[in-house]
Structure formats: structure tokens, C-alpha cells
Design a protein around this ligand. Structure first.
Ligand code: DI6
Ligand code: FE
Length: 421
């Protein structure tokens, strides 16, 4: 394996117990051993033997190096768009009204069912490239716009294939219980039977890494959620939940009872829900894009989550209806401005805690033995990543160089170039 040494950089390790905020190391050195990180620390402490053993040396031009970003909640693969619905909402209709009238998720289901794998892949690839330009190296992709075996399979296959064609790790989540498809109108329990059957089939094909449900007045009940989760756990799959986005259904307690990796949205989370999440170690995934786009006014109870020590992640929720957004850096900014996270909490939310929300222990922090999965930034301080919300000039000059490890990355990684200063 090639040992490569990086110097002339500062590193935000995002290690939780670090002495300085962000685990910041000024004048740092990193040694990469193929796809793994061999050593990270102050350059002055780099063992001379290890420095001599490095075959390749790079100077990073003063760049900040962070863990590669993790977007842990997206609905990236879908057909069509919902700009007409955006107009309807501006004429007074609510998101829930539109859903009840057969629009909303159902309209994306129609467009997704009609789309070929090639069309789905092309539109998802455009969105994925935007995420990659923001330093994302791992993305979770949910199904849930097919709502029948074949289109759900098509979407999950497209999601898996994106990992082979882009420098990114993809984790797939089966969200068959996202909405009631029209052919099951009035028969939601029958549809849950169908979801359970789809799950078994798609899991047997290796297409499912986790299982999610939309537990909501306009989605599925806690009892229906429990049925899907019982099956998922019997198959050995971890679960996550769209919980308490529009109302408090007690979804967080329910999900925590199944050891959920995460509960996502949480604007209506109760103190009991937060306590249950803390006890189960479930991550709170905050989605400020959906909060902003639906013009919600009730903020997730950040202080309660802090008091209970619940890890908070931040994600785009990239989807056509409630968060048509492909910038994870914009979500960092919105997590701070709208939800009052600190920039350090927000950055932990797209690194360490986002990895935890996907059950991934090999990334999200920079430490010896973990993946060499990094992003390099042309900034002086990590707070800048959350501070700026328009970076046009920086994007044009290419601020991010990605050194990422793992299946997809190795296949498609571009040669690393030091930043120009
Ligand atoms: N909650 C969301 O924010 C997305 N799905 C969900 O369960 C919205 C999906 C959509 O409107 O298309
Ligand atoms: Fe979502």
C-alpha cells in the first residue's frame, strides 16, 4: 500500500473528547495508508520513522481538512418535480391539503413509476453531483416514490448503481411505507402487508441497508409502523423513522423501542420522546430545509435534545416536495440560523453524528484506523463552513478536494491536487 503524507494543513478531527473545539489541530500532519488513515496529529509529533516511510508527500496549501461529509437522509431518486405544487401553496393550499387531494407524494409516485431506470439515474446523478461539490462522501438514499415492488426495486437499484459511477458511498433505506398508493385507497393495513412482502423480497436481493416509515397523520399509524419495524428487525435490518414532523404521534418513543438508528424531523418531539431516544442511543436527524420550505414555525426542541444528550445530525432531506435542496452546506447554515445549533454542533451533525445515524463507525471522525475519507476546504476556520450561505465564487474556483476511500470512491476518485493559494 502507498503511504502518503499530507502537511501544511489544519485538521478538524471532530473527535468528541478532543481538547479544542472541532478537534482542531493547527499545523497538522496526516498519513494515509491506501484507503485508511494511519496517523493524524500535530506535525511536530509525527514519528520520524513513519515520515520517512511515506512514498508520497503533499502540501495542502493551508487547507482545512475535515471528515468527508455524510448526508444521512435523502430521497434522491425520483421522477418529475413539484414546482406546480409550490405555486399552489403560494396561492394558499397547505402541504397537508395537497397531500389529501391526491397531490404531494402521490404526484411524485406517478412520475417515478413512469420513469425509466436511465431517466431516474440521470436526474439523481445531477443532484448527487451537487452534493459531492459540497464535500459529501457518503449519502443515504431512501426509496418510497415507487410504492410497489417493481418501481421500488428500480429506485433502489438506481441508488446502488450511483455508488459505482460516482466517488461516494451509498446507503439505501427502504421507505415503502411513505404514502398510501392509489390502488390501496381505504386499505392501508392491506398496503402494510404488501410493504412487508416487498421488504422481504428487496432485502433478499441485497438492496436494503435500513428501513424507514413515515409515521404521521398523512402517513402511517404507530401500530402500522410497529408492524413494519417488527419485520425489519426480524430480518436483522436497522430502522429509522420520519417522526413528529407535522404532529406528535409518539413515533420517537416507538422507534426508540426498536433501537432505531435515528428519528428524523422532530419538530413536535416531546420530552418523553427525547428521553426514550437518549436511552436507545437514537440520533436526532434535523432537517432545516423541510422546516424552511414548508414555512414551519415550530422548531425542534434543541435544548431538550441537548439536556438528554441526544446526538444531533443535520441533513438535506433532498426530496421534491418538502426540501428540493442539494446543498448540505446550506443546511449547516440553516441549522444554525433557524434551529440555533452552534457551528460546531452543525459540523458534528454532518460528520460524526450523521455517520452514527447510518450505523457507520468507520467514518465521520478522523482517527488512525478509520477510513481515509476526507474533504479539504479553502477556509481559515471550520465555522466558515456554516457561516456562508452563498459560495458561488468559491465553488467556481473549486474549494473542495476529496480524498475518499471505499468502494465507489476508489473506482471513481479523481487525482488529488493541492489547493491553490
Ligand atoms: N417527509 C418529508 O419531508 C418527505 N417525506 C416525508 O415523509 C416529503 C416527501 C414529499 O413531499 O415528496
Ligand atoms: Fe424525508
Amino acid at each position: 500500500m502507498t503511504l502518503s503524507l499530507w502537511t501544511h494543513c489544519q485538521v478538524a478531527t471532530m473527535q468528541p473528547q478532543a481538547a479544542l473545539p472541532y478537534g482542531l489541530i493547527q499545523d497538522a500532519a496526516l498519513v494515509l495508508d491506501g484507503p485508511l488513515l494511519r496517523w493524524v496529529g500535530p506535525r511536530s509529533e509525527l514519528p520520524p520513522d513513519l515520515a520517512r516511510a511515506c512514498d508520497v508527500r503533499h502540501e495542502a496549501g493551508g487547507a482545512l481538512i475535515t471528515p468527508g461529509l455524510v448526508d444521512c437522509h435523502t430521497h434522491l431518486v425520483y421522477g418529475g418535480d413539484r414546482s406546480a405544487e409550490f405555486e399552489q401553496r403560494l396561492h394558499g393550499a397547505s402541504y397537508e391539503d395537497i397531500a389529501r387531494q391526491g397531490g404531494g407524494i402521490a404526484s411524485t409516485v406517478r412520475a417515478t413509476r413512469q420513469a425509466s431506470a436511465e431517466q431516474l439515474s440521470a436526474s439523481a446523478s445531477t443532484r448527487l453531483r451537487a452534493l459531492l461539490a459540497d464535500g459529501v462522501t457518503t449519502v443515504e438514499i431512501k426509496s418510497g416514490y415507487g410504492l410497489a415492488l417493481e418501481p421500488e426495486r428500480r429506485c433502489l437499484e438506481v441508488a446502488r448503481a450511483l455508488e459505482r459511477s460516482h466517488p461516494v458511498s451509498v446507503r439505501t433505506t427502504f421507505l415503502g411505507a411513505h404514502a398510501l398508493p392509489p390502488e390501496f385507497a381505504g386499505r392501508s393495513d392491506d398496503y402494510i402487508d404488501a410493504v412487508v412482502a416487498m421488504l422481504a423480497e428487496l432485502h433478499s436481493q441485497g438492496l436494503v441497508d435500513a428501513v424507514d416509515v413515515f409515521c404521521e397523520r398523512i402517513g402511517f399509524s404507530p401500530a402500522q409502523t410497529a408492524r413494519v419495524f417488527t419485520d425489519a428487525r426480524a430480518l436483522g435490518l436497522p430502522v429509522k423513522l420520519h417522526a413528529e414532523q407535522l404532529s406528535d404521534s409518539g413515533g420517537a418513543q416507538l422507534a426508540a423501542g426498536f433501537g432505531a438508528l435515528s428519528c428524523d424531523h422532530l419538530e413536535w418531539l416531546s420530552a418523553e420522546g427525547a428521553a426514550a431516544m437518549a436511552a436507545a442511543g437514537s440520533v436526532a436527524v434535523l432537517l432545516p430545509g423541510a422546516f424552511y420550505f414548508l414555512r414551519e414555525t415550530r422548531v425542534p426542541p434543541i435544548d431538550v435534545l441537548r439536556q438528554h444528550g441526544v446526538a444531533m445530525a443535520v441533513s438535506t432531506d433532498c426530496n421534491p416536495g418538502s426540501s428540493p435542496c442539494t446543498s448540505l452546506l446550506l443546511m449547516l447554515n440553516m441549522a444554525c440560523t433557524l434551529f440555533r445549533l452552534t457551528p460546531e454542533e452543525a459540523l458534528a451533525g454532518v460528520t460524526r453524528h450523521a455517520a452514527q445515524a447510518l450505523g457507520l463507525q468507520d467514518r465521520g471522525v478522523l482517527a488512525a484506523g478509520l477510513r481515509a475519507d476526507l474533504a479539504m476546504w479553502d477556509v481559515q476556520h471550520p465555522a466558515e463552513l456554516a457561516y456562508a450561505f452563498i459560495r458561488g465564487h468559491r465553488l467556481a474556483s473549486g474549494p473542495v478536494v476529496r480524498l475518499c476511500a471505499g468502494a465507489g470512491c476508489q473506482r471513481a476518485a479523481a487525482p488529488v491536487q493541492p489547493l491553490r493559494h
